[in-house]
Write a protein of this length. Structure first.
Length: 151
């Protein structure tokens, strides 16, 4: 770490402690040349996840969009906001841990439906009806029958 006072390239760490609820680490350093002290912050570098949409356009993953979709599906259902946040966190974690930097919106939708199915079946069907763009009642009934057969 280069000293901001004399530009010497070596320093020693005097003190380290978590900052911002553990999201960053605050380090007090001392320059080995001029003995001035300064503070640095260390954060985890995340590579943005790119979502490839159905029309082949690309955009950066936006967790708030996923959260809005899940909230809409769970509207007036006995699903807590905490449960929805946990689902979003788990999906985002799966995406971050994936080796792929580009993920299709279909994969994200499948993850969401998989989680909704175990949380609330009505919310699952609501989400699936929008996500899968059911064209008619027969397609909708086929999805419901699949759900009933899994029980």
């Amino acid at each position: 770490m280069k000293c901001p006072f004399c530009n010497f390239k070596e320093s020693k760490v005097i003190d380290s402690r978590p900052a911002d609820d553990g999201e960053r680490i605050r380090r007090r350093r001392e320059c080995l040349n001029c003995t001035e002290r300064f503070t640095t912050y260390e954060i985890i570098e995340t590579v943005p996840i790119i979502v490839v949409k159905r029309d082949k356009s690309r955009e950066v993953f936006d967790r708030s969009k996923l959260e809005r979709g899940l909230l809409r599906a769970c509207e007036k259902r006995p699903v807590s906001v905490e449960t929805i946040e946990n689902m979003v966190n788990e999906i985002e974690s799966k995406l971050q841990n994936s080796l792929d930097r580009e993920i299709t919106s279909q994969v994200i939708g499948e993850y969401a439906m998989e989680m909704l199915k175990s949380v609330d079946e009505v919310a699952y069907v609501r989400f699936a009806s929008v996500y899968r763009s059911f064209k008619d009642i027969n397609t909708f009934m086929a999805e419901l029958n699949k759900l009933l057969q899994e029980k």
